[in-house]
Design a protein around this ligand. Structure first.
Ligand SMILES: [Zn+2]
Length: 275
């Protein structure tokens, strides 16, 4: 699976695009990351499109009503879209719902964790850089979250780790990130972006003594398909340590911090404690 936005194939970009000098039509699958309401009942949608990555899209119809097609204008839906691009602005010509993950919206905990995952994804993605691997991962995450009976935080953290890796920003865990020597005690430098050995860690800040058992768990998460992780559960101490590492890593390297939806997670631990 090709995950890096930079590796997205030119063929993939060109396959469904009819180009002219000033405008073009694009057929793409997509997921709505968020809606921004404007005046006169107009909305802008932030879309994660399979073909073009994260794009802002104007939607004059706004997908009002309860019809199935209207779901394609809302989050937690996989849609197929016909987009028209003129003067740097995309607008939706046609929208069709391919799959609605409607049960996420029927469970408040699932809804909060899924909202957090969407907000994180929106921050992680650069504008207009295709990320087909992350697109697949996000749809997989929705499917698994729908079926999972509890402890959603572990699934979300696994999704975040894989998403970071998918975009080419994954932590270095195979040895000291600076000199390459083996690191036995699981000492992790947020600043250096990976494990650090005793001699290299002297001059580096933001050190976390996470322990080798936690590092092994992170390695396992990174190499195991999300589908399999969706059936696993993690003890609370490990989940807390992994969460701390991820949050500090995201804040330092990607400037992703203080997500609006995050506040709801910390005040509502039920998703993390349920078995
Ligand atoms: Zn070293």
């Amino acid at each position: 699976m090709s995950c890096s936005p930079a590796l997205a194939t030119a063929a993939g970009q060109n396959r469904n695009i009819n180009r002219s000098e000033k405008s073009m039509n694009i057929q793409t699958r997509g997921i709505i990351l968020k809606q921004i309401k404007l005046m006169n009942d107009r909305r802008m949608l932030m879309m994660f499109s399979e073909e073009k990555g994260k794009i802002s899209v104007s939607a004059s119809q706004a997908g009002s009503g309860k019809k199935r097609a209207a779901l394609a204008y809302r989050p937690f839906t996989l849609g197929r879209y016909e987009l028209y691009r003129a003067r740097e602005i995309y607008s939706i010509q046609k929208a069709e719902t391919l799959r609605s993950y409607f049960s996420i919206g029927e469970d408040i905990d699932k809804y909060l964790y899924a909202s957090y995952a969407l907000e994180f994804t929106e921050k992680l993605l650069p504008e207009e850089a295709p990320a087909p691997g992350l697109f697949s991962l996000l749809t997989e995450f929705f499917s698994i979250l729908e079926k999972r009976p509890g402890e959603y935080l572990f699934l979300v953290r696994a999704y975040q780790l894989k998403a970071i890796q998918c975009c080419g920003y994954g932590p270095s865990l195979s040895g000291c990130v600076i000199c390459g020597k083996p690191v036995e005690d699981g000492c992790f430098s947020v600043k250096a972006g990976g494990l650090v050995c005793p001699s290299c860690r002297q001059d580096i800040g933001l050190i976390l003594q996470v322990g080798s058992d936690i590092i092994e768990k992170i390695k396992y998460i990174l190499k195991t398909p999300l589908k399999k992780i969706g059936k696993l559960y993690l003890d609370q101490a490990s989940l807390k340590a992994i969460s701390q590492l991820i949050l500090q890593y995201l804040a330092y390297h990607m400037d992703i911090r203080d997500l609006k939806s995050e506040a709801f997670l910390s005040t509502d631990p039920s998703g993390a404690e349920r078995k």
